[in-house]
Write a protein that binds this ligand. Structure first.
Ligand code: NAP
Ligand code: MG
Length: 499
């Protein structure tokens, strides 16, 4: 079995305890590699390395162009290892090779490139909106790196999330300590190798494997860390925010969702049915912006559901390493049990299970769940309110669109959503009424690295990607330059002098 090391201060190393933990392939339940179990002391070493690297200016002192030149070399190294990374991601996370080789790795690398290019171009000098007393002073805003940034990432898109945390932080001049999810640490460690080979200076990027309650907690509480960015559950978001409060860290949180797919009566049915299924069953529903509540108008309800039941059969559950497979297992035994718990809750609350809700026939091992459709769902049922993070779609029937919008917005979450309609102006109007950070019209899941991504309400704080996301990795400094050098003109000094 492969044994991985962590990456601290430019060196690959074991944990100080010498302990290792296996990471499991969720399709076979077999261990695939071992990674170090970091202690708080290991986390501290990584934080100190990042702090020293930041304070030395070895990275923050470079121009964006110079930093970009190093990061483009990281991208080249990642590209060379693309096929291996796709396979490793599939094995560690249970994602299909179809998806990791067409999406996670190539699109992740593309996001990296776009974010670096964008960061290279973002002006660090910002003039004021207009010039106030130009003969007295020159005032401007300087964008500066924040310092040491911690990235804590989940298990659903391990490589993509690594990119989303590392690329913006590094191009804007910060240093990073990254903590991958305990269930899926491998591609983040491979990423570290690509960064080391590209000559990223020691301590600028550190990757520490260990649990959220140990390594994560140290990152959130250390006075040497300036910012923490988490992608994960809303529950963990609350904890991170509380832990970060004592040292008043900047936080960016990308959290859970229960996003609505709103189908209108004039929708293209073939598109809307497949779009609604793609919105939920992509990566077995383990996506934060998944459209897990589908609102369907009564006027087309029966036809829509009949088509849905036909199309859901075309989702092929199976071995993630088989290119024909379109849906793999969920990530872990605990996630499997959680999903099954929600299926039971749906039944008990009176929703109608149309298909799925169990382990597919012929799969004794692996955390596989059949694509699951519930209808007769009310928006106040647990399966419509809580994030399941599995292949479970709740269909809710509506009579008029205002009622559907009200139900769609009746959620603690506000991450994503979709409107399916042929009437684009109307769809845009409805998109504006959804209280969520992203709305797709006649599509789902297409995340654009140049556009902000993040949540309203309890789906998060701040934004990732695009200029908005990059600016979250900067401090804003106002610089005031006196242009007179003349004491006599300083009448405001006379607020304290009387001579
Ligand atoms: P999670 O607990 O939120 O994990 C996300 C990350 O936070 C992991 O790296 C985790 O480390 C870390 N973490 C956990 N507790 C922490 C703490 N007290 N302080 C600092 N960091 C901490 O998510 P999960 O347990 O993997 O999944 C649970 C549920 O979260 C899922 O069922 C799903 O509903 C939701 N989820 C949402 C997203 C999303 O993108 N919205 C992603 C994943 C999961 P460990 O891995 O070591 O625990
Ligand atoms: Mg794993």
């Amino acid at each position: 079995m492969d044994r991985y090391q962590m990456f601290i201060g430019g060196t690959f190393c074991d944990a100080e305890s010498g302990e290792f933990r296996p990471t499991i392939n969720p399709a076979t339940e077999e261990p695939i590699a071992e990674v170090p179990v970091a202690t708080r002391g290991d986390a501290r070493r990584a934080i100190e390395a990042a702090r020293r690297a930041f304070d030395s200016g070895v990275w923050s002192g470079l121009s964006p162009k110079e930093r970009a030149a190093v990061l483009y070399r990281v991208i080249e190294n990642l590209k060379e290892r693309e096929a291996d990374l796709a396979r490793l991601e599939a094995m560690d996370a249970g994602a299909t090779i179809r998806k990791t080789s067409m999406m996670d790795i190539p699109v992740g690398i593309e996001h990296f490139r776009l974010l670096v290019e964008l960061g290279e171009r973002l002006p660090t000098y910002e003039p004021l909106p207009w010039v106030d007393f130009p003969y007295v002073s020159w005032n401007f805003v300087n964008r500066e790196p924040i310092g040491v940034c911690a990235g804590i990432i989940p298990w659903n898109f391990p490589f993509m999330m690594t990119v989303w945390k590392v690329a913006p932080a590094l191009i804007m001049g910060n240093t990073v300590v990254l903590k991958p999810a305990s269930d899926t640490p491998l591609t983040a460690l491979e990423f570290a190798k690509c960064a080391a080979d590209a000559g990223v200076p020691d301590g600028v990027l550190n990757v520490v494997t260990g649990s959220g309650s140990v390594v994560g907690a140290e990152l959130c509480t250390s006075p040497l860390v300036d910012k923490v960015a988490l992608t994960g559950s809303t529950e963990t978001g609350r904890t991170v925010m509380k832990l970060a409060a004592d040292t008043v860290k900047k936080v960016t949180l990308e959290l859970g969702g229960k996003s609505p797919t709103l189908v209108l009566e004039d929708a293209d049915l073939a598109l809307a049915v497949d779009g609604a299924l793609f919105g939920t069953f992509f990566h077995a529903g383990q996506v934060c912006e998944s459209g897990t509540r589908c609102f369907v108008p009564a006027s087309i309800y029966d036809e829509f559901m009949a088509r849905m039941l036909e199309r859901v059969k075309k989702i092929k559950v199976g071995d993630p390493l088989d290119f024909e497979t379109t849906m793999g297992p969920v990530v872990s035994r605990s996630q499997f049990q959680r999903v099954m718990g929600y299926v039971e809750a749906g039944r008990q609350e009176g929703a109608r299970l149309l298909c799925g809700g169990r382990r597919p026939a012929g799969f004794e091992r692996g955390f596989f769940v059949e694509p699951t459709l519930f209808d007769g769902v009310r928006n106040d049922m647990r399966i419509a309110r809580e994030e399941i993070f599995g292949p479970v779609l709740s269909v809710i029937r509506y009579e008029d669109v205002d009622e559907a919008i009200a139900m769609a917005n009746d959620s603690i979450y506000g991450l994503g959503g979709a409107v399916f309609s042929r009437d684009i102006p109307r769809a845009i109007d409805l998109a504006k009424r959804l209280r969520t950070g992203t709305v797709w019209i006649n599509d789902y899941h297409l995340i654009n690295a140049l556009a902000p991504f993040g949540g309203y309400k309890q789906s998060g704080v701040g934004r990732e990607l695009g200029p908005h996301g990059l600016l979250e990795y900067t401090q804003v400094k106002h610089i005031h330059v006196d242009l007179t050098l003349d004491r006599a003109k300083r009448f405001w000094y006379d607020y304290i002098f009387n001579d």
